[in-house]
Ligand binder design. Structure first.
Ligand SMILES: O=C(O)C(=O)C[C@H](O)C(=O)CO
Ligand code: ZN
Length: 277
C-alpha cells in the first residue's frame, strides 16, 4: 500500500509544528535495501518513490491502487538512478542505468523490473510519476545527454550546474519535467534567489549528502518561510504556492521533478531575497 500525502495550503504552514511540516511535506526512509516504497500525493497527484534492489529484482506495474489496469495506464514517470549500476526492464526491454542516468517511462507501460548489478553497491532508483494525457516513447537519458546550464555567483555561494533530462528540449513527455542540480564545490545554496511557479508543483530528492551533513530546505510563502532539516535520501513536496530552496552543511545534489499546467521551465516568478521573512 502506498503512503499518502495531502499537501496543504499556506495558512496550514503558519501554525504547523516541525513534526507536522515533516509529515505533510517530506518523505523519509524511501530508500531501504531490498524495498520499493511509493508515496501517493494529492499535490497534482505526483507519486514519489524509492527502490533499492539487492539480491532480487523489485517489480511494479499493477494499477490496483490507482483504479487502472496498470500503474502507467494513465501515467508517465521518470526513474533516476542515484546509486550503483543497475538495470531497468520495461515490458521486456532492458535499460542499463549508470549513476545519474534517468529513464523516462511512457504512458501505457505495463511492467517495470529494477535490478542492481552488485547487491553490495545497489542502485538507488528514485521515481516521479504524474498523470499523463499523451503517449511518449520510453527512453533512457544518460547523464551526458542532459542539457546543462550553469547558474549562480561565487560571491553568493550559489554556483550550481542544472541538468535537464525530461524536458521538451531533451526528451519529450506529457507534462513531467525532471532533472538534477549539483551545487559547485564551495557553494551551498540551491534555487537561490528563490522563485514561485503557481502553475506547477515541484518535488525534490536530496542525495550524495554525507551522513553527518544536512540541507536546510526552506518552504512556505515568501513572507511566512519555514524550514525542513533534510538528510540524505529525503524527499520534499513543494506545492505551487511554496518557495523551495536550500543550503547544505556539506556537498549534496538533488533531483527536481515538476508537473502542472505547462512545461515552460521559465514560467516562474522570481522572489527578491529582501522580501523573505
Ligand atoms: O538550483 C536551482 O536553481 C534549481 O535546481 C531550480 C529547480 O530546478 C527549480 O526549482 C525549477 O523550478
Ligand atoms: Zn522551482
Amino acid at each position: 500500500m502506498m503512503d499518502v500525502r495531502y499537501g496543504g495550503n499556506p495558512a496550514d504552514v503558519m501554525t504547523a509544528t516541525t513534526d507536522r511540516l515533516r509529515s505533510d511535506y517530506m518523505v523519509e526512509g524511501a530508500f531501504a535495501p531490498g524495498a520499493l516504497r511509493l508515496t501517493y500525493t494529492h499535490v497534482d497527484r505526483m507519486i514519489l518513490g524509492g527502490a533499492v534492489p539487492t539480491d532480487t529484482p523489485l517489480v511494479f506495474g499493477d494499477g490496483a491502487e490507482l483504479g487502472t489496469e496498470f500503474f502507467f495506464s494513465a501515467r508517465e514517470g521518470g526513474l533516476a538512478n542515484l546509486g550503483g549500476p543497475g538495470l531497468v526492464t520495461v515490458d521486456g526491454t532492458d535499460y542499463p542505468m549508470g549513476n545519474r542516468d534517468i529513464l523516462y517511462v511512457g504512458r501505457g507501460m505495463r511492467r517495470v523490473e529494477m535490478r542492481s548489478e552488485d547487491a553490495a553497491n545497489p542502485a538507488w532508483f528514485y521515481l516521479n510519476s504524474v498523470p499523463a494525457g499523451a503517449d511518449h516513447p520510453t527512453r533512457l537519458i544518460r547523464r551526458d545527454q542532459a542539457k546543462r546550464i550553469s547558474l549562480g555567483d561565487p560571491a553568493k555561494a550559489n554556483v550550481r550546474s542544472l541538468a535537464m533530462y525530461i524536458h521538451p528540449e531533451v526528451s519529450p513527455s506529457c507534462l513531467l519535467l525532471m532533472g538534477i542540480t549539483d551545487p559547485a564545490p564551495g557553494s551551498m545554496w540551491n534555487t537561490m534567489p528563490p522563485h514561485l511557479h503557481e502553475r506547477r508543483m515541484e518535488a525534490y530528492c536530496y542525495f550524495d549528502l554525507g551522513n553527518d551533513d544536512r540541507v536546510m530546505h526552506f518552504m512556505g510563502r515568501p513572507d511566512q518561510t519555514r524550514h525542513l532539516v533534510i538528510a540524505n535520501g529525503d524527499m520534499v513536496l513543494s506545492p505551487a504556492w511554496s518557495i523551495h530552496m536550500g543550503a547544505g552543511t556539506g556537498p549534496y545534489a538533488f533531483v527536481w521533478g515538476m508537473t502542472g499546467e505547462n512545461q515552460a521551465y521559465t514560467d516562474f516568478t522570481p522572489v527578491p531575497v529582501s522580501s523573505l521573512r
